[in-house]
Design a protein around this ligand. Structure first.
Ligand code: HEM
Length: 452
């Protein structure tokens, strides 16, 4: 990656977003058409100020400024209204914990994602991808979004819990997690906080799904504590973790919150990106043909496993480019813990920042012809020209996605396994436009599997 050389000397462009309304500020525009609204702002400035209600909120539109925010987690901590609403749902896990606690938590959770353990989880991925590819019937349409969501829910649940309860827990997670994710997003986006209190069917469903997930996790954590031992899964690694500073283990509550966090963070993100990948491949026959050529050559009809991942370079470039165009975590937030300066502009303590990979990934000076799906951008000789801090699907700094390798491995195996056997054709008349929810999704995407 290239380091911008003009940083020290550059004079930053500070701008105010157009179209601010009294009292509500830009909140209605952000709620109505978030992607269009935000993606237009880099043309206005390197740091753009908006108001959500009366709160000053900033969108850094230059990779160097994004780096300054993400690499200084003490000053630019998680927080703000979105995280406040997530805490009652997720408890105090990696996503919601503040800076000081996050450091300890991250040290404790990291071993669960070491390379040797990913190799074990990859065995689950391999089985589930193969079973999925097996379950489709030629000519019978599948909703690709639902299929990818089911796949990643099963993979994550089985990687977490390799217990005898696996079939029951996998089914419960498949049932309850989407309801929980939808409800959590609705709440996060409601500036009044009133929506959650209304006697609506959606709220009752959300409360019930959340209660079922909490009960399931409690039961499994209890079982593991009683039986002890390392089953090679994520939960065993969380229970075995010891803090290198004080030797302490996580409490049941802490383990519970991490499990809930991993479910929320790991399932829909990977599923949304995989769904986009199938859509993009169908629309780009050349990239699809190269994918088919690679899987035929590298696998020769075998079902891929962990050892095949490094050789599936074209498959990985396709997924990397998909994450550029449609990053599932299209926006995340930070809040300043003290007064600070960004781009020479004074930010008060308690200022909110929006970090949007979607916005940064579509700036033409960073990615020429940004709308074009071009996996070759990621050929080594071209990737070196991508400016540092401009490719952010997994974030950066101490809060960078802990599941990045897990997600990349899972997606590579899913694409390769399914593409070895099937070509997915769009159902005529289907139109796709990005939906910015908890993840960036395609909406309903029926496609027809054709045998290859
Ligand atoms: C393509 C798939 C994925 C994408 C695009 C993605 C994206 C992200 C991003 C952008 C962040 C940072 C958010 C921030 O800075 O506020 C993040 C954090 C996180 N992700 Fe992922 N993620 C993916 C897959 C996964 C998977 C598979 C897991 C777990 C199995 C996971 C678990 C987490 C956790 C626990 C965090 C919080 C990390 C921390 O704060 O220390 N993610 N993810």
């Amino acid at each position: 990656m290239k380091t911008p050389s003009d940083v020290a000397t550059r004079s930053w462009r500070i701008a105010r977003a157009p179209g601010r309304l009294p009292l509500v500020g830009h909140a209605p525009r952000l709620a109505r058409r978030p992607l269009e609204f935000l993606a237009a702002l880099p043309a206005a400035g390197d740091l753009v100020e908006l108001r959500l209600g009366t709160r000053p909120t900033y969108l850094p539109c230059h990779p160097e400024l994004v780096q300054q925010v993400l690499l200084n987690a003490r000053v630019y901590d998680t927080g703000g209204p979105v995280k406040d609403k997530a805490r009652p749902i997720l408890g105090n896990g990696l996503i919601t914990s503040d800076w000081a606690d996050h450091r300890r938590q991250r040290r404790m959770v990291q071993p669960a994602f070491h390379a040797a353990r990913i190799a074990t989880y990859a065995e689950v991925m391999r089985e589930e991808c193969a079973a999925h590819a097996e379950s489709w019937r030629a000519g019978r349409p599948v909703d690709v979004g639902d299929a990818m969501q089911a796949l990643t829910a099963r993979v994550t649940a089985r990687a977490l819990f390799s217990t005898e309860m696996a079939p029951h827990s996998v089914a419960e997670i498949q049932r309850s997690l989407p309801v929980m994710v939808r409800g959590a997003f609705r709440r996060a986006m409601d500036p009044t906080g009133l929506l959650a209190k209304l006697p609506l069917a959606a709220n009752r469903e959300f409360d019930a799904a959340l209660a079922r997930l909490h009960a399931l996790i409690d039961t499994i954590v209890g079982d593991y504590r009683r039986s002890g031992g390392d089953r090679g899964d994520l939960l065993s690694a969380l229970l075995a973790a010891r803090d290198e500073e004080d030797g302490g283990a996580m409490t049941d509550r802490e383990v519970h919150d991490q499990v809930m966090t991993l479910l929320l963070a790991g399932v829909e993100t990977t599923a949304s990106a995989l769904t986009w990948a199938w859509h993009l491949l169908a629309a780009n026959p050349e990239a699809e043909a190269r994918l088919h050529a690679e899987v035929d050559e590298v696998l020769g009809g075998r079902i891929p496993g962990h050892a095949d991942v490094p050789g599936l370079v074209q498959t990985q470039r396709i997924f990397t480019e998909t994450l550029r165009l449609y990053p599932p975590a299209w926006m995340y937030t930070r809040t300043t813990t003290e007064p600070t300066e960004l781009a020479g502009h004074r930010l008060a303590a308690g200022s909110d920042l929006l970090i949007s990979p979607y916005v940064i990934h579509r700036i033409p000076s960073l990615f020429p012809r940004p709308e074009v799906f071009d996996p070759d951008r990621w050929l080594p000789e071209r990737a070196k020209d991508v400016a540092r801090g401009s490719y952010l699907p997994f974030g950066a700094g101490s809060r960078k996605c802990i599941g990045d390798v897990f997600g990349m491995t899972e997606a590579t195996l899913a694409l390769a396994t399914i593409a070895s056997r099937w070509r997915l054709r769009p159902v005529p008349g289907t139109t796709v436009s990005p939906r910015a929810g908890m993840s960036l999704t395609t909406g309903p995407l029926p496609m027809v599997p054709e045998p290859r």
